[in-house]
Design a binder for this molecule. Structure first.
Ligand code: GLC
Length: 563
């Protein structure tokens, strides 16, 4: 393992530990040139909005040149900007504007796979089996007499198998069907071979490229998948879940990934302050997950436990407690997230019946959001309560664009508009993630709700009710609640610990930060008496109507109580 530099004493070295990070899905944020696709100048133009929101950092989903087979997570060139989204100069201007507003920039790095249009993959297709060009990816001969069967039974995340057969362009079998290449996602996303030092070196170059341009951190896509057991014969793995998480899975969370990230940390520590990083690692809740977040590796790892939980006090409290102790053990700070570009927006998830499962969600999307019926008012009420519960916790809060408007999932996008590879690769059995990626409504009255040109995904008419301009300055709006919370959060987040004031289970969850700030959530669907000692005069923020907190706390509500 490489030896990372000693911890920096730079005053900015730990800015990320309790940051509020706002995820921008660039194509859907703001469109400056009216082509229907959001872009980097659109982000720069909205910097005042982001600054007024009170965030500490922006995480930018991929903006690199891409054919958009997977919304940009299929990267053609890791060190450039998609011309539809702007130029490197536009990128620099955006970083400068963000920094002027005191906002840091985190960019998404996609190391598990490139796109099929990446020059390396094109070279691999043009080269013969066994060539160095092929060795940057995973090319294997097929099974069966003629190599007509894929090398293993591994499935792809988006449906179908993880192997695609190529027609050889060179070598003795030129012109014939030949080897297969691995893609754990879409066929347009060939997996890199991380045993190849050239791949490792190239990603170090990419990290330095963006770090030199002033970015402050990196979000690492599918961090747990880089190392694979490719020893022959390949082991069977008919499902993508990790059944036993002990490092023995052929595809995920293998020990050797940590060597890769220790190497990344050495690169990130070449800068002072060191660059931050957060791993997207869908690894079960064991102490293996905290390895990604060690100071000798990425520093933080997402945990999706709250995102996957029901709106339930006991579940929330148990998860918060476990994540905080996990973070402490690793030297990281915890991360919290309810919504991102991969999941149904939390205001809609919480509007579904309480016993909903992942299957319910998928069926709900396929029914165009009709069955089962949702209770949207309740969904939003719970989403707001959950958000305030989370924003009071120590650690970094990752927010997804539009959640500050209380946006619901656009569950009824017409089939012809859908773009998620999941929809195509499951033969229309799973609808996928487009419903949370619809371009934002900035204005209730302007054309395309002020987004720009005709959006690449159609916006529903009800966006008028949730547009930013109708919420701006409106007391009680979700936007104003987020603004108030993010401003107050700066006072509340002085130390990274808390004390639980309520018991381990039950619908009322109450905690206190060392500086005396308290957060109280009633997860039940009926009001509860205020715990003794809570002074209603000190309630400075409520996810509901503050006037409703008297001797009771209303149903599905969070209160922030100042010292
Ligand atoms: C991550 C991204 C997701 C993408 C996948 C493949 O999970 O968040 O959007 O489809 O990786 O890159």
């Amino acid at each position: 393992m490489s030896n990372p530099a000693p911890a920096s004493t730079h005053p900015e070295a730990t800015w990320w530990r309790q940051a509020a990070v706002y995820q921008i899905y660039p194509r859907s944020f703001a469109d400056s040139d009216n082509d229907g696709m959001g872009d980097l100048p659109g982000i720069t133009a909205r910097m005042d909005y982001l600054s007024a929101l009170g965030i500490d950092a922006i995480w930018l989903s991929p903006f690199y040149p891409s054919a958009l087979a997977d919304g940009g997570y299929d990267v053609d060139d890791y060190r450039n900007v998609d011309p539809r989204l702007g130029s490197l100069d536009d990128f620099d201007a955006m970083v400068a504007a963000a920094h002027e507003s005191g906002i840091k920039i985190i960019v998404d790095i996609v190391p598990n796979h490139s796109s099929n249009l990446h020059p390396w993959f094109q070279a691999a297709l043009a080269a013969a089996p066994g060539s160095p060009e092929r060795a940057r990816y995973h090319f294997l001969d097929g099974l069966g007499e003629e190599g007509e069967l894929p090398p293993s039974d591994w499935p792809s995340h988006f449906g179908g198998g993880a192997w695609t057969r190529v027609k050889e362009a060179a070598g003795p079998n030129a012109g014939q069907l030949g080897q297969w290449y691995l893609h754990l996602f879409a066929a347009e996303q060939p997996d890199f071979n991380w045993d190849n030092p050239e791949v490792r070196e190239d990603f170090h170059t990419t990290l330095r490229f963006w770090a030199d341009r002033g970015v402050d951190g990196f979000r690492v896509d599918v961090a747990h998948a880089l190392d694979k057991d490719m020893s022959l014969p390949l082991r069977s793995k008919p499902a993508l879940e990790i059944l036993v998480d002990d490092g023995s899975d052929p595809l995920f969370d293998r020990d050797a990934v940590h060597e890769i990230f220790a190497g990344w940390r050495s690169v990130l520590n070449e800068y002072d302050p060191p660059k931050a990083a957060v791993a997207e690692a869908w690894v079960p809740f064991t102490d293996r997950r905290l390895k990604y977040a060690r100071p000798t590796e990425l520093g933080q790892a997402f945990n999706f436990d709250l995102l996957q939980a029901h709106f339930d006090g006991t579940e929330f409290r148990t998860i918060a407690e476990k994540c905080l102790s996990e973070a402490e053990a690793s030297g990281a700070s915890s991360t919290w997230v309810f919504s991102n570009h991969d999941v149904v927006r939390h205001a809609s998830r919480y509007a579904l019946p309480d016993d909903s499962t992942l299957e319910t969600l998928e069926a709900w999307l396929l029914s165009d959001g009709v069955t089962p019926a949702t209770d949207l008012a309740r969904g939003l009420r719970r989403a707001r309560a959950a958000t305030l519960f989370m924003l009071g916790l120590p650690g970094s809060a990752y927010l997804y664009q539009g959640e500050e408007l209380g946006l619901f999932e656009v569950a009824d996008l017409p089939a012809a508009a859908l773009q998620d590879p999941t929809w195509f690769r499951t033969q229309h059995k799973i609808k996928g993630r487009d419903g949370c990626r619809v371009p934002l409504p900035w204005s209730a009255t302007e054309l395309n709700f002020g987004f720009g040109g005709t959006p690449w995904l159609p916006q529903p008419s009800w966006f008028a009710l949730q547009a930013a301009d109708v919420q701006d300055g409106t007391i009680g709006s979700t936007l104003e609640m987020y603004r108030d919370a993010l401003a107050l959060r700066r006072k509340l987040q002085t130390e990274e610990s808390l004390e639980w004031l309520s018991g381990e289970s039950g619908p009322l969850v109450h905690y206190r930060r060392p500086n005396g700030w308290e957060v109280l959530t009633n997860f039940a669907n009926k009001p509860a008496p205020l715990p003794s000692g809570v002074d209603v005069a000190k309630v400075v923020l409520s996810s509901g109507d503050p006037a409703d907190a008297t001797t009771t706390i209303p149903a599905e509500t969070t209160l922030w109580i100042a010292p």
